[in-house]
Write a protein that binds this ligand. Structure first.
Ligand code: MG
Ligand code: MG
Length: 632
């Protein structure tokens, strides 16, 4: 498809926006009028800048408050339109977006609007320009595509078509199914915008909270599918008004924008292939990346440390039941193992890991994700615009295809099942497995602390590159502000990632993010335990410091849930937190933080519990805050 984006969607000067758009591989742009009005150059200069960058100018927008006007205003609007047509010709813009009238003096008669649109199209035709008419969700008489189409249909002019915008249709819960009956060649342009579901005024929602397809909660796949089934072959464009995008570096936004379109096209392509054609055939080529192989979970985590931090972290891990299983063949790095969990503690001087340590302190620097086909996983990631990562490897070491996640974390794809024993490929074995079963047997989830402007990037990355699906998003109260928390997981729940954003600058999460330099870092690692009570008992004996939980919490717990008294007393005695949904129970506990950078969580899921105990996070955050206040 011809891929386009509105200049309003990015931060920066017009030139910077266009350079970022071209660098991300777009074919064309929608020029948002204020961007041109504030541009210091002429229309001719903009035109040559676009051609130098290889971008077409697909749409000039918007032209407001035109149709359905009393005669006097209508004639003034025609004069106004002629001036815009002059400009469009100077710019080389073939199409203008006329959005439905919001003026209180506008009149609702369908034929008046159709006649006036026909006259406008006739004027445009004299200059070989075209008019696209769009229903704004807050238009005075026209706010649905069906009403806009009725006016375009009655006007019946070859230079007039309908512009569709997924936000305006889906924000009103209007059913897009009827689009399939509109002749494809009467659809002049398509704008795709997603959004979180918010209960608020639609105008405020539209101006501040739209985001790229795959970042919100609207059915983008269903919308594009129905437009393609109508026979539409024009540009696929993004028009996103978003407060955070206005301040995010525009190269990142442009890459996210392109990634969102590629993901959307590939999802629609898969949908079209799986269903028999309903209306006419789809007449356009859709992006077809390598298929996402199934990911089987976290095979290893790698920590960036220096020598003292390596020793301190080793002690913490041994208290938690890990054994030092090996020493790296070529690097100053150690492997810790327990159950299926493998942790690499990397203190190699002059390495990328050490650079990360110097920047962020002790941190999770790399992840290993299991998959039957690592090369396929990395190829798909690259097709969806992730950078490949190549690290130097020594003799006898395993080469793992790797990519860079937003914010710089390296993700390796690890063969699973592995043809060789991972523990013995890169590492010289040190100790055998300890006696008895493991206290911890898997990585249940990773939680990342993100700056506000990284959340949408990460959601899209997790969906597009890792194939995860978002669950519910929650807002949690820290003593110093709100945290927004969203979990994403794969279909069989072997891979879970939680994204946490602090809406305040004063929370611990915000401080972790601020100290992480590039922003975006693992802020806790949750290990699954087959028996959390036995595990916590042993860990406490060995000196693991857990975050203390108020006695009031357990008194309250017994009023919220029906829990047998002995079980409640065991939880109280060990400091274990509890959550319950209709699907099952969740037992968990948090360790104190390591170097004020990250901490561990021990969890046990019972039944089909599918969340993260987020409602208990305030108990942890309050306790950490009280400890910190006490320490002062
Ligand atoms: Mg629009
Ligand atoms: Mg957690």
């Amino acid at each position: 498809m011809h891929r386009s984006i509105a200049t309003v969607s990015l931060s920066g000067t017009l030139r910077q926006k266009l350079e970022a758009i071209a660098a991300a591989g777009f074919d064309g742009i929608e020029l948002f009028e204020p961007d041109f009005i504030q541009f210091s150059g002429s229309a001719g200069e903009l035109r040559s800048m676009l051609s130098d960058l290889g971008l077409s100018l697909d749409l000039y927008q918007p032209f407001r408050d035109f149709e359905g006007m009393p005669q006097a205003q209508f004639e003034r609007s025609l004069d106004r339109a002629e001036r815009k047509f002059d400009l469009m010709q100077a710019l080389g813009a073939p199409l203008v977006l006329v959005c439905s009238n919001t003026s209180p003096v506008s009149l609702g008669e369908v034929d008046r609007a159709a006649d006036q649109l026909r006259e406008l199209a006739e004027r445009a035709a004299r200059r070989n320009l075209r008019i696209g008419y769009e229903a704004l969700a807050w238009g005075r008489h026209v706010n649905r595509f069906g009403q806009a189409w009725e006016r375009v249909r009655r006007a019946d002019h070859p230079h007039l078509g309908l512009i569709l915008d997924s936000f305006h249709t889906l924000s009103l819960n209007d059913d897009p199914a009827g689009i399939a009956d509109i002749p494809g060649d009467k659809i002049a342009f398509l704008q795709m915008a997603d959004a979180p579901r918010l209960a608020m005024d639609v105008l405020q929602w539209a101006r501040h909270f739209r985001n790229f397809p795959g970042q919100g909660q609207f059915d983008m796949v269903g919308f594009l599918e129905v437009v393609l089934r109508a026979g539409y072959t024009g540009p696929l464009s993004l028009e996103i008004f978003n407060d955070i995008f206005r301040e995010t570096p525009n190269r990142r936004t442009a890459t996210d924008a392109m990634r969102s379109l590629l993901l959307l096209e590939s999802e629609v392509r898969a949908r079209l292939q799986s269903e028999p054609p309903k209306a006419g055939p789809v007449r356009t080529e859709l992006f077809d990346p390598p298929a996402m192989p199934r990911l089987t979970g976290f095979r290893f985590l790698e920590f960036a440390v220096d020598e003292p931090a390596a020793a301190a972290l080793g002690t913490v891990l041994e208290q938690m039941g890990f054994r030092r299983a090996g020493r790296h063949r070529s690097k100053q790095a150690f492997l810790y193992a327990q159950g299926d969990i493998r942790l690499v503690v990397n203190a190699q001087p002059d390495s990328l890991a050490r650079q990360r340590f110097d920047l962020q302190g002790p941190s999770v620097y790399a992840l290993g994700l299991g998959t039957a086909d690592p090369e396929l996983a990395a190829s798909r990631a690259a097709a969806l615009l992730s950078a490949r990562f190549d690290s130097p490897i020594g003799q006898q070491e395993m080469r793992l295809p790797a990519i860079v996640a937003p914010g710089g974390t390296v993700i390796h794809f690890v063969p699973d099942p592995s043809p060789v024993d991972f523990d013995q490929v890169d590492f010289i074995p040190e100790t055998d497995g300890g006696e008895g079963g493991p206290l911890l047997d898997c990585v249940d989830h990773l939680a990342l602390g993100l700056a506000q402007d990284q959340l949408d990037s990460w959601v899209l990355f997790c969906r597009a590159v890792l194939g995860l699906s978002p669950g519910d998003s929650l807002e949690l109260a820290d003593p110093f502000g709100l945290i927004r928390s969203s979990g994403l997981a794969n279909a069989d729940r072997t891979l879970r990632i939680v994204l946490n954003v602090s809406l305040s600058q004063r929370t611990r999460t915000a401080r972790t993010v601020a100290s992480s330099g590039s922003g975006g870092s693992v802020h806790h690692i949750a290990f699954g335990s087959p028996d959390i009570f036995a595990a916590v008992e042993r860990m406490r004996e060995r000196g693991t410091p857990f975050v203390p939980i108020s006695a009031n919490y357990y008194d309250d717990l017994s009023t919220r849930f029906d829990i047998a008294a002995p079980l409640l007393e065991r939880m109280r005695a060990l400091g274990i937190l509890f959550d319950r949904t209709a699907d099952g129970d969740y037992f968990h506990i948090y360790t104190e933080s390591f170097g004020d950078r990250f901490f561990f969580e021990i969890v046990q899921r019972a039944g089909a519990y599918d969340a993260y105990g987020a409602l208990n996070a305030p108990a942890r955050m309050a306790s950490q805050a009280q400890q910190q206040a006490g320490a002062r």
